[in-house]
Design a protein. Structure first.
Length: 210
């Protein structure tokens, strides 16, 4: 499920909350970059109003959350895979101590494990469809339902490398992590059961000069 908002007003709030950006110029630059990755026609000197007009030209529903897109098609970012790894590590190993420094497993993995490439291709030029998702929230006005729209791709095959400094993650830990991640999922709406996957291969590659 795609989780990047396509409305520039929503993107701005998403950048502030998820990326921790507060400087207005940094927000504008990040907004331009994100809108470009979503397929909008934007220019470096565009104002926020111009960005909003460009967003109207994007395919799909205005409230849709979607995927970023590059010259080779739709992709997810490596940070999403690493976030899933960290989440499963925290679920399975919270309370343990890893390594000679006896560090918490989530921090231990975050400092030593890296995913490449930055853009993990989904093998699609366009999403397979858009799903309407009903949510339930409670705020100061009481309980209410919300409607959201998410682009999705079905049965995509993705390939990526996982770099582990000094091979610091034990083999049996990897087995537990991947089995848990398969059911916990990758991407948006994992709590609703989306993003589950099957491991096709997990091959250890020899170290190279690169």
């Amino acid at each position: 499920m795609g989780g990047v908002p396509r409305d520039p007003k929503v993107v701005e709030g998403w950048l502030r909350s998820k990326a921790g950006i507060s400087d207005e110029e940094e927000i504008r630059v990040a907004l331009l970059r994100t809108m470009t990755e979503l397929g909008a026609e934007v220019a470096p000197d565009m104002s926020f109003a111009d960005l909003e007009a460009a967003a109207d030209k994007l395919a799909g529903v205005r409230e849709t959350n979607g995927f970023k897109q590059g010259e080779h098609g739709l992709y997810i970012e490596q940070r999403q895979v690493k976030a899933a790894l960290k989440e499963s590590t925290n679920v399975l190993f919270a309370g343990d101590k890893w390594g000679p420094t006896r560090k918490g497993p989530k921090s231990f993995l975050a400092e030593r494990v890296f995913v490449e490439p930055d853009h993990i291709l989904l093998g699609r030029e366009e999403p397979d469809g858009v799903e309407m998702v009903v949510g339930h929230i409670i705020d100061r006005n009481g309980p209410r339902s919300t409607l959201g729209y998410h682009q999705y791709v079905r049965r995509a095959t993705i390939t990526f490398d996982v770099l582990a400094a000094r091979d610091a993650i034990q083999e049996d830990w990897w087995q537990d992590l991947w089995v848990h991640m398969q059911e916990n999922g990758i991407g948006a709406l994992r709590s609703q059961g989306y993003g589950k996957f099957d491991i096709v291969a997990w091959d250890k590659l020899p170290a190279t000069p690169d």
